[in-house]
Design a protein around this ligand. Sequence first.
Ligand SMILES: Cc1cc2nc3c(=O)[nH]c(=O)nc-3n(C[C@H](O)[C@H](O)[C@H](O)COP(=O)(O)OP(=O)(O)OC[C@H]3O[C@@H](n4cnc5c(N)ncnc54)[C@H](O)[C@@H]3O)c2cc1C
Length: 424
Amino acid sequence: MTSDAIVVGGGVGGLVAARRLALEGFAVTLFEQSEVLGGQVARQRISGVDLDAAAESFATRGGAVAALLDELGLANDIVTPSPSPAWLHRGDGSAVPLPATGLLGIPGDPLAPDVVRAIGREAAERAARDAELPARTGTDASSLGELVRVRMGDAVVEGLLAPVVRGVHSMSPDDLPVERAHPRLRAEVLEQGSLAAAVRALRAASPAGSAVAGIRGGMFRLVDALADECRRLGVEIELGTPVEEVSADGVIVGGRRRGGVVVRAAAPPADDGRRLTLVTLVVDAPGLHDAPRGTGLLVAPDAPGVAARALTHLTAKWQWVADALPGRHAVRLSYDGVPDDAVATATRDAGILLGTPIEEVLDATEYTWARGASASTGDLPAVGEAAAGTGLASIVPHAERTARELSNSRRIRPARGAGERMEG
Ligand SMILES: Cc1cc2nc3c(=O)[nH]c(=O)nc-3n(C[C@H](O)[C@H](O)[C@H](O)COP(=O)(O)OP(=O)(O)OC[C@H]3O[C@@H](n4cnc5c(N)ncnc54)[C@H](O)[C@@H]3O)c2cc1C
């Protein structure tokens, strides 16, 4: 049996590509190895409510995700998180609000009171000496950790940068390439003359408004809407169907060949075995009504007695979650690897991080995710994490672009003919 296009993998990357190709008039088949679509955009049921089990928001940069949501009829359900700040749980066990003017924790104003409060005056003064260094100093650094260490000192790296980078990128800043942290950071240091000035310039250049947004009711609604539209457009979606082999003109599934131009949307996880476990707790804890740690905390790697690397206070961050769980609280803790006795560990950590004991856990879930897709996608058209980078703000426009390029190329010819193309 032949399709014009075969999409391998039913995460957001695969669904966006399948939808676009179907809109362009091609007969598309999508194979998904598991029984559900969405991949890392997944739903979980806890305390009778559906919440996100992995991705819970999207970066608003570029506008592609919002544009897609608009096309799918979800524009009115785009919501922004509470503007209250995230906090930092420090190496000495105390907590402070994360300085307001930073980029990944790098301060734009090293002597601002919130920076001094977070790392101490001496360290803040060392960081401020960044302004006196030649612009070139540190700009040949191979990692973000090295760049910040050279320009602002160890205390900024350990006290501000490392917890944020660990929370956002699941890695040490010493392993994070400068360009992956921000593609323009190195050039801005050279142009602006210092790291702090570069941070201020990059912050000023980003559009006003929230840098991230979510969907009322959960990010997984994007997957439901994409799947509905794909089906409406005639995409054949085969669940529980792992693709065993891939070539330029077809795939093998269940030992049988299916012909068609292949779009890879399922990169195997990188073989470094990195795993991330999320534990969500729904708790009865009146001490949390005032959101004592804002929308959540990032944890310094050396914080004593806490295994979590970040905590999100979901009912403080998203109004729709608070509305769905009246009088209760949902918190989500992230762990590198898989913690022993995850729910007990998370309950203990939540009490320490939020500064209020968690006496009653009403419900709990635990999900472990492989992190980091292998970058090798071969020569075939590829969408999704491995081809576009992590995160929906990268994956959605890349998958749209890749599908459009494919549809305009000679590599794919509609079996049913251009005259029969569907209108989109
Ligand atoms: C815990 C967590 C939190 C996150 N939070 C955010 C966030 O808040 N904002 C954000 O933008 N991003 C977030 N991300 C990242 C984001 O979710 C991913 O980058 C994105 O969803 C990846 O989409 P994808 O289509 O590339 O791949 P995936 O979602 O991994 O989908 C790939 C699909 O392919 C299927 N598949 C694999 N092999 C085969 C095969 N051989 N045959 C058929 N099917 C196959 C898989 O079952 C899967 O369904 C988060 C990720 C995690 C794990």
